[in-house]
Design a binder for this molecule. Sequence first.
Ligand code: ADP
Length: 899
Amino acid sequence: MIKKWFEIVSDHRISLRERMFRIVTGVCMIAITFTLPMGRSIWNILIMVASLVLMAVIVKASIRRKRVQTGATVIAVLLLSLFPITFFSAGGFYSGVPEWFVLCFIYVCITLQGRRRTVFFGLCTVETMLCYGTAFYFPEIAAPSSSHNALFDSAFSMIMVGLLTSILLMFLNKMYEEENALSQRQKKEIEELNRAENHFFSSMSHEIRTPINTIIGLNEIILREDISEEVAENARNIQGASKMLLSLINDILDISKIKSGKMEIVNVSYETGALFSEIVNMIWIKAKEKGLEFKLQVDSSIPSMLCGDEVRIKQILINLLNNAVKYTSEGSVTLSVRCERQTVNRVRVWYSVEDTGQGVKKENIPYIFNAFRRVDEERNRYIEGTGLGLSIVQQLVNLMGGEISVNSVYTKGSKFIVMLDQDIVDERELGTFTLASRARAHEGEPYRQSFEAPEAHILVVDDNDMNLMVVTKLLADTKIQIDTASSGAECLRLTQSHHYDCILMDHMMPEMDGIQCLHALRMQPAGLCQDAPVVALTANAGSDNQLLYRKEGFSGYLAKPVSGALLEAAVLSILPKGLVQRNEEARQAEIEKDILIFEQAQRRSILVTTDSVCDLPASLRRNFNISVCPYYVCTEEGRFLDGQEMYPDELLMHIAGGRKGSSQPPEVEDYERFFAEKLTEAQNIIHITMAKHVSEGYQNALEAAKSFENVTVIDSGHLSSSMGLAVLCAAYMAEHHAAKAEIVEAVKRMEHFISSAFIINSTHMMCQSGRISKKIQILCDALLLHPVLELKKSRMVVGRMELGSFSQASKRYIRQTLQDTRNIDRRILFITYSGMEEKQLQHIQSLVQQYCPFERVYLQKASSAIASNCGPGSFGLLFLRRDDAAVPFFETPDWNGAA
Ligand code: ADP
C-alpha cells in the first residue's frame, strides 16, 4: 500500500494539487495516530480512531469525484474539531497536543486556496487563542497531567512534529524539483518544435519558390512569343496567379519570422525619391485598371536621403495601398507623406493612405490587425485576401518603433496613418514630387531586350536544371554567351579554364552552397575568376539577407523568381561597358531595390571611416568623404548616439547639473552594421580608431572586421582631433588613389609624429570615468593642479602637472607644448576644447599666434564622448611634428576648400 502511495505521489499525470493533498493528509493522519496514546479516556481514543477512518473515506471520495478542495475543507473542519477535544483531554498546554496543532496550520496552507485559506487561518488562530485562554482561566477543565507525563508528551511531540514536517517539506521539494525539470524539458521541446516549424516554413518557402520561378520564367517566355490573344490571356492569368501565390508565401514567411522573433530591421541609407517612385509605379497602374484616381501628395521638404529599413517601409506602404485599391470600387486612393524635424539629424515621417472605399465597421476596427482575421466576410467574399497583410504591417511598424492608426467611416472610406522616425542622411530637400514625373506605363508594350552583349561570357550556377533553363532563356535575346553549372564543384572546374564576366550563383545547393563556392572561387589557385563579380540568385528573400550577401562578398543579389527585365538590369550593370551595346528604344529596366542590390559599379575603391570621437569639423569630413561610426554617451536617462542623439553642449549642461555622463564605444554588432552599410559605397574600408588602450572601440571594430574580407582596422594611437589628423591623411590618400597598404603604412607611421596633449581644468570627470582615483582628484583640487594628458604607445598618461589658476596653467601648457618650434609642422593646428567660452578661446588663440603661428587653425568642439571623459574647461593643441614622408596630404593645396 505504501509503495502504491509513493507511486501515486510521484506520478506526473496526476495533478500537482491532488498529489499535495494526498501527501499532506497522509502526514496529518500519521500525526493523529501518534497522538492516540495521549488520549486519557477510551472515548477520546475512539473519537480519534473514527476520525482517522473518516479522513481516509473523505480522501478517497473527494479524489474519485475530483473535488479535492471540498475534501480538504472537510478534513480541515475535522482537524479543527479534534483539537479542543485532544487538547483538554491530554492536559491542556501541559501536553504535546499544541505542537501537533501546528500541522493543522500547514495543512490549511498547502491544501486550501484563495478565500478559504484565509478563513481557515483565521479559524485556526481563533481556536488556538480560545483553547489557551480557557485552559489558563479555567485550569480545572483540562484533565490533570503529571509533570513527568507532560514533559514526555511535549518532547515526543516536538520531535515527531519536527520530523514529520521535515519529511513533508522534503516530499514537496522533490515534487517541485521534478515538476521544474519536467517544465524545463517541455520548454526545450517547445523551442525545438518552434525551430522545426520555422525551418519548415523557410524551407517550404524556398522549395515553393523554385517551381514558381520556373512557372513565371517560362510564362514570360511564352508572352514574348508571337501568340494568339487567347493564349496571351491565359499566360497573363498564370502570371497573376503565380504572383499571388508568391505574395502569400512571403506573407506566411514574414508572419513566422515575426512570431519567432527572427524578423530583423535592417537600416540602410535610401533615397526618398526612389522609394516613392517605386511605390507609385507599382500602385498607379493597379488603381488605373480599376478606374480609380490615384493622388499623391509628398511634402517637398522631406530630406532627399534618410536612413531606415527601406524594404520594410516599402512593404508597409504597398500593403496599405494594395488594400486601399482592393477595397475601393470607385473614387480615389491618396498617398500623402509629411515630415517634421525632431532633432538636427532626425525626422518624423507620417505616411497616410486614404481611400473612398467601403470602409470598416466601427466594431470591426479592433480586429483588422489580427492575423488571419478578415472582417465583414460577407461583403468581402469575392475580394481575395488572407487577413495577414495588416497584421504584418502593424508588427513591422512596431519593430521599427513607429505607430499605426486607422480612421474609417463605414461605406465612406478609410485612412491608415503610419508614423516612423528616421535618421537624416542628406538634408537636401526632395522638392516637388509629382505623379506625372514618376509614373511610367509599361503594360502591353511588346518585349524588347534592353541590350545585346555577344562578346560577354557569363556562368549560371544552380542545382536545379529548370532554373538554369529559365535564366538561359530569359537572357537569350541579349546574345550573351551563357555557360551553366549544376553544382559548386562544376563551377570551380569551369572557372579553372574560363574567364567569365559575371557569375550568377544560386545560394542553396547541396554539398557546396553558393557562399562556400564564392569563397573557394576567390581563393582558387590559378583560377580565372578570382575577381569576377558574383551575384547571388536566391530564394531566400528578405532584407536581412542583404546584409548576409554583402558581408560574404557578393556583388549583389537577385531574389527568385526573377523577371527577365530584372535579370537584364542586373547583368547590364555588371558587365564591362565595352562589351555592351545598349538598345536605346528598349524600355528602361525596372530595378527594384528589395530584389536587387548592385553596388560594384558605383563603389569607390577605398573608403576611410572612423569613430565619432575623431573630432573633425563636418566640412572636412564631407570634403574628404569620411564617415563616422557614433560612440555612445551614457547618462542616467539612457544611452545616446554621440553627435546624433546627444550633442556636446547638452551633455555639458547635464554634467553641470551634477549628473553623470560617460562614453561607450560602439559594440561589435554596431560596427558590423556600420561596415556592412559602408561597403555599399566602397570595395574596401580602412577604419581608424581611438588609441586601443584608451577605449575598447579598437577591439570591437577588429572583431566586427572579422566578418568581412575587406575591412582593415587601424589603431591611430591617439584620440580626438589628433586621431582626426591621421584620418585626414588616410582619407586624402584614398581620394588620390593610394593603395591600401600605403595608407595603412602612412597612418601607422604618423602615430609617432602627432602631438597629442590636453590640459584638464577639473579632474572631476576623469575621476568619475575611473581614470584617476578619488584621492588624486581631491589632491588636484586642493593644490590647484591641472594634469596634462598625453598619449604614449596608445595609452593615456599624465605627462605633467601644471600648478596654479587654470589661466596661468593654460599659458604654461601652451608655451611648453609649442616650445620646439623648429620641429613643428605649422600648416595645421586643432585647438580642440570642451565647455570653454569664446573669450577664453580667443585668448588661447592669441597665445598660440604669439608662440608659434600656424597657417590654419581649427577651433574644434570636442564630441560628447570625449567631453564626458575630460569634462568642461579642457583643451588640447593637436598638430604634427615635422616628418617629410609621413604626411603627403599637406603637400598639395587642394584640400583648401575644406577649411
Ligand atoms: P486581407 O488579405 O483580407 O486584405 P488584411 O490584413 O490586409 O487582409 O486586412 C484585414 C481586413 O481589414 C480586410 O479583410 C478588410 O476587411 C479590412 N481592410 C483592410 N484595409 C481596408 C481598406 N482600405 N478598406 C476597407 N477595409 C479594409
